[in-house]
Structure formats: C-alpha cells, structure tokens
Design a protein. Structure first.
Length: 367
C-alpha cells in the first residue's frame, strides 16, 4: 500500500458514514451496530484544489486531473483489541499499513444511536483507542528486544546498537508514552526498528470530531475538551458532521456552499480532512497545463526537479536536462504560459531545483 490515511475509532462513531462521504460512493455499509465494518474499505479520493480550476479557465483543457489520497476505513476497535477482543489484532494490523491516523471521535448526544461504552465521553473513547495502540506497540517491542538480545549475544554489532534503543523505547512505551513523543526518532537505530515494525503510536494523528448539526457552529462541551486534549499533544483537530457531509454527496459546489453557509461553516469537514491529511503525509502538488489536460502531480515536499519529473515517467528523470517553471500566481496573473514568458516570469531550472507547491512545469529531457 502507498501513502494512506486510516480512519479509526470505536465502533459506531461515524467512521463509515465519513468514509462514504469522502469517497462519494455509498460502498461502506453504515448501520447502527458495532462491527458493521469488518474488512477494511479502501478508496482513492481526489484532493480538491481550486488552483486547477483557475488554470483550466485559461488553458481550456479537455479534462482536469486532481491529486489523490488513499483512505482506509478500518473496523471499530474496542477495549482489549490488542489482546484480540473484537477481532482487534486483525484491525490493528490494518492500521499498521497506513501512514496517518484519522481518529473519528463522537461528540454528540443521540439516544437513538448506541455507543459501545453506553455513554458519551470523547476523552475516554480516545484513550481507549490510544491505549490499545500502545499495548500493541509494547508487545511488538518486547518481541524485538528478545530477538535483538539473542543476536547481540552472538556479537552482532548492528543488533547491539539497535538493542540499546529498543530497550530504552520499550521502557518508554511501558510508562504509557506514545512512540511519537520519543526523543530519538531521528536516530538510525530507531528508523531501522520502525521501518520493520511500523509502530502504531508513532503515527501522526488527526482528530475528526463528529458533531450534530448544532455542533457545527459554536463548539459544544465535548469539542472543547477534545481540542484542549489535542493541543497538549500538538495534534490537528477537525470538526465535522458526518451525516451532513454524506447528505451533501450529490450536491454541486454551489448547493454545497449554500448549505455550509446556512450552517455557519466556511469549509466542509471533508475538505479539511483531505487537505490536512495531504499536508500530514508531507505531500504537495505541481501542475502541468495543456490543451489535453490540466493535471496535478503529487510529490513529497523538498523534491528536486528530476525526481518530480520521474512522477510523470522514469525516462524524464533519466534524461533530465532542465525544467521550465512558471509560478502558479504568475501563470494566473499574466493569463497563461505566453503572457508569463513575455513578462519574463518563465524560468529554466536545473537538477538542484527544489520544486515549489503550485509550480507549473514542463520538462526538457533526452533519452
């Protein structure tokens, strides 16, 4: 699996409803009972980007192609998941394959929608999930320490170096600390360990607070306490009403904005999820703009021009000569490529150039 975002949470908090709205397809069964989702639903979701629409107004292409994100709807976890409760081990392994966790948290009252813990307490719910991630990591590290200890006794130098970090990390997790707070995340030994184990509590978390319609305006008490909790952990928070988002699936842009305005919201929760998720994954887009298509190409931040070219085709990197670059703002300001060139805003960049978000590019190559 490539870079992906996993939707997690307790059963029945709105994960599948959110997923349905994200994918704009009602293919994730959503019902009022725990473990409605068993196998993870997977989908590729376009990243909304108004810049592409503005480019298209100038270029008038046959089609527009947006960047995309992979989302995975993972079945609801319960207390004891790390010990196999509620098929927990299977669900935890699904989380391991994702890069960022989107934690859906229920922040509304409704007697008609059951809660697996029989009451609404978002902090308790969050801690249940995060404790299970920690327990799973603890188990994984205990096994890794045991393996490294055996290798170290055989005078394996690499194992000895990793064992020091592994034992320290095991103690750190055992004290109730998530791996993301460990102070040696940049060490080569930790990177080697985590590349294999993909420790669950090392992943970035975005909290998506699922509220009712009334909660979209002024923050309710549930939202306030979660925001305070997230702030202490330096985590992103998004507020949405999953049911409203699902209801807007078939709306056009104008109808959607009209409804959001009526609810006192400037941007849909789903758009926030996609944009924040894209950023958390360390991704950005550059553009190509022609009469066939206007397209966003997804690259990592701090990517060089040849590596960016390889996203289109490997031959572009192999035979890279130069990149013709126009900043997005200049492309729009001067009415397209010709106008930007006349204004002297077209640049030729070499192999060391670090691509900027929104660059409009054309590659010169020779293979």
């Amino acid at each position: 699996m490539g870079l992906s975002i996993g939707l997690v949470g307790l059963p029945n908090v709105g994960k599948s409803t959110t997923f349905n709205a994200l994918t704009k397809a009602q293919n994730a069964e959503s019902q009022n009972y725990p473990f409605c989702t068993i196998e993870p639903n997977k989908a590729v979701v376009p990243v909304p980007d108004k810049r592409l629409d503005e480019l298209a107004k100038i270029v008038n292409p046959k089609k527009i192609q947006y960047s995309t994100l992979d989302f995975v709807d993972i079945a609801g976890l319960v207390k004891g998941a790390s010990k196999g409760e509620g098929l927990g081990n299977k669900f935890l392994s699904n989380i391991k394959e994702t890069e960022v966790i989107l934690h859906i948290v229920r922040c509304f009252d409704d007697d008609n929608i059951t809660h697996v813990e029989n009451s609404i307490d978002p902090i308790r719910d969050i801690e249940i999930i995060e404790q299970e991630l920690l327990f799973a990591d603890l188990d994984a590290m205990e096994k890794r320490v045991s393996m490294l200890s055996k290798k170290a006794k055989g005078n394996d130098k690499l194992a000895k170096a990793q064992l020091v970090i592994a034992e320290e990390l095991l103690e750190f997790i055992g004290e109730g600390n998530p791996v993301s707070m460990y102070d040696k995340l940049d060490s080569e030994e930790f990177k080697a360990i985590n590349k294999d184990l993909r420790l669950l509590s090392s992943k970035d978390i975005i909290y998506a607070l699922n509220v009712d319609e009334d909660g979209l305006g002024e923050d309710n008490e549930y939202v306030k306490v979660v925001k305070e909790y997230a702030s202490k952990k330096d985590c992103e928070v998004i507020k949405l009403c999953a049911k409203v988002e699902e209801d807007m699936v078939d709306f056009d842009d104008e109808e959607k904005m009209e409804m959001l305005n009526e609810l006192g919201v400037e941007e849909s929760g789903l758009d926030q999820i996609i944009h924040k998720g894209f950023d958390k994954l360390g991704l950005m887009s550059y553009f190509t703009a022609g009469v066939i298509e206007v397209r966003a190409w997804t690259i990592g931040k701090d990517t060089t021009a040849p590596k960016a070219a390889a996203v289109i085709h490997n031959d572009f990197e192999k035979g890279f000569i130069r990149a013709e670059v126009i900043a997005y703002e200049d492309f729009i300001t001067y009415g397209g490529e010709s106008g930007a060139k006349e204004a002297g805003k077209n640049r030729l960049e070499g192999k060391e150039y670090i691509v900027a978000d929104g660059d409009v590019m054309h590659f010169r190559f020779n293979v």
